[in-house]
Ligand binder design. Sequence first.
Ligand code: APR
Length: 235
Amino acid sequence: MTKRRIAVLTGAGVSAESGLGTYRDNGGLWDSYDPMEVASVEGWMRNPGLVLDFYNMQRDKLRTVSPNEAHRLIASLEEDFIVDVITQNVDNLHEKAGSTHVVHLHGEVTKVRPENCCNDEDGFSEKYVFDIGYDKVCLGDKGANGAQLRPHIVFFGEAVPKMERAIDIVSRADIVLIVGTSLQVYPAAGLYRYASAGTPIYIIDPSDVPLYDPRVRHIRKVATEGMKEFVGIIK
Ligand code: APR
């Protein structure tokens, strides 16, 4: 019997119990930083040093945290299902928990690239992207082509190159699971709508969610507890 396909869409809430901050909860990152200063194209053009410092801080924090039970339960779904994780998160906790198919819609904080690569001129080629782990990048750090290195992050105002791939995954899923996202940032927030007509959609979030689709079942719990309930439902 062929395995059913699960598309798992995650946001910052799935990493909250690992100790990484979310963006829009009380005390979230965007309470302390202006995303237009530290995570936008204009912010990069205006003050690249501030942007580099922000992501150096994110990378340094990531060094100190580990996947939580939600990441691990998502990874263990691969025993019985074909699982594609589509995450808005730039952390590497899904991979560290064992998920083998992860699409990072908004980039990866452990990766950098020369600032004039991986854009619409070169078809968003990732051949100049490389992993620096948890190290810092500073003004004056250049790529092989002599251009300033920047975080391999999709800034506000930039295209989301992996969106087409994500849409294909969701449109072919037998089950869609959404974990820990406020569904405020498009186009990622609209991905679940590409699920086919009969596909069940589960969302795990302790807060209210802005979904009114009849296919949606809201598991109103934190990710670690909600994942246990979800596994009990589908297995
Ligand atoms: N378990 C599950 N969900 C949680 C938990 C938890 N322990 N804690 C918080 N949440 C939920 C919140 O209720 C909220 O719905 O996680 C969600 C976090 O929402 P945001 O902070 O807006 O994060 P996210 O949806 O991932 O943001 C999307 O915005 O700024 C950009 O690029 C950034 O990828 C990010 C995007």
